[in-house]
Design a protein around this ligand. Structure first.
Ligand SMILES: [Zn+2]
Length: 330
């Protein structure tokens, strides 16, 4: 309880002087004061949303176990059915967006998988939307394999394919249970990867020209985020397209204590975000292109396997993306 004080002019002056010194001290920002110790920053672990690294990694392995998901193969069809069933569990509405494309010179049936997670507020006519994307197909040829005999074989795509999808399925599980302030459009793009440049990004190009109500205000694409030696590149096309979102992601990483995993080389990468940017959805690409390091020795080789990836890497990028999404405003 406070002791009652007199209201004489002298005591009022002393009170004001006291207030002045108190404020002045605080204004200098130094040392301890009667206001008590400055609260420590929140424990980064307490800011996590519960991204289950083991669950995500199981989803990565499950995709790889089908075999290389090259369009036109049984593995591609099996993975499609599996992923659609998984997407059904963690999104409010789902759609298969089917189209044809040329892969390895032949016409193939291709499919983008789309899932929508509604925003936390009561249904609104025009909610802000964010797209979260990743490609689910595999490169048909390991053309960078050190062994020439392997270069016509398809890759497992544990990192280059399965990682982004696995991360997004686990992130979606969290988002639908604790809805963010914006609507989330999850898209798994088909036919991103090919050794023939004209056969690349077919899924994202098709989506970008047939978005309809799935057109988001902005987006985050994930690719090669499972690398056990994680270091996400500073992708300059992303920063040019949406510097604010890129900064928000880096800030989220810093708050979570993950900054050191986002210090990769500054570079320009063409990926599924480019067709989206060109179609008016400013999208950033989170990609650890140096797999496992600047030698790129696992990239587009038969060494892009499960053992080169880690649950921890999926969790680090997953938690960072979740934090950035939850901090968006409607
Ligand atoms: Zn690739």
């Amino acid at each position: 309880m406070k002791r009652a004080t007199s209201s004489s002019p002298k005591s009022l002056l002393l009170s004001l002087l006291g207030l002045f010194f108190f404020l002045g001290f605080r204004g200098c920002g130094g040392g301890s004061s009667s206001s008590g110790p400055v609260p420590p920053p929140p424990d980064p672990v307490s800011l996590r949303r519960g991204f289950d690294a083991a669950k995500a990694f199981n989803l990565l392995e499950a995709q790889v176990n089908f075999g290389p998901r090259v369009p036109g193969t049984q593995a591609h069809e099996d993975a499609l059915n599996f992923l659609f069933a998984e997407l059904f569990k963690v999104t409010d509405r789902q759609e298969k967006q089917t189209f044809n494309g040329i892969i390895e010179g032949e016409t193939r049936a291709l499919t983008n998988l789309i899932g929508v997670i509604d925003a936390s507020a009561a249904p609104r006519q025009n909610p802000q939307k964010i797209l979260l994307g990743a490609h689910w197909d595999c490169r048909p040829v390991a053309d960078r394999d050190p062994n020439p005999a392997n270069r016509d074989d398809p890759i497992d795509g544990a990192n280059d394919g399965a990682s982004g999808v696995a991360l997004l399925l686990e992130a979606a599980r969290i988002l639908i249970n604790d809805r963010p302030p914006v609507q989330v459009i999850v898209v798994f793009f088909d036919a991103e990867d090919s050794a023939r440049p004209e056969e690349m990004f077919l899924g994202s190009e098709y989506f970008a020209t047939h978005m309809g109500s799935y057109k988001a205000n902005q987006g985050i694409n994930l690719d090669m985020v499972g690398d056990a030696n994680l270091n996400v590149n500073r992708e300059q096309n992303s920063i040019n397209a949406n510097a604010a979102l890129y900064s928000a992601v880096l800030e989220a990483a810093e708050e979570l204590g993950f900054s050191k995993y986002f210090t990769g080389r500054s570079t320009f990468i063409t990926d599924d975000h480019i067709p989206l940017i060109n179609a008016g959805v400013p999208t950033i690409d989170l990609i650890d292109f140096e797999y496992p390091d600047s030698s790129h020795r696992y990239w587009h080789t038969l060494d892009d396997t499960v053992d080169k990836c880690s649950p921890q890497s999926l969790m680090i990028v997953g938690e960072t993306v979740l934090r950035a999404v939850y901090q968006l405003t409607r």
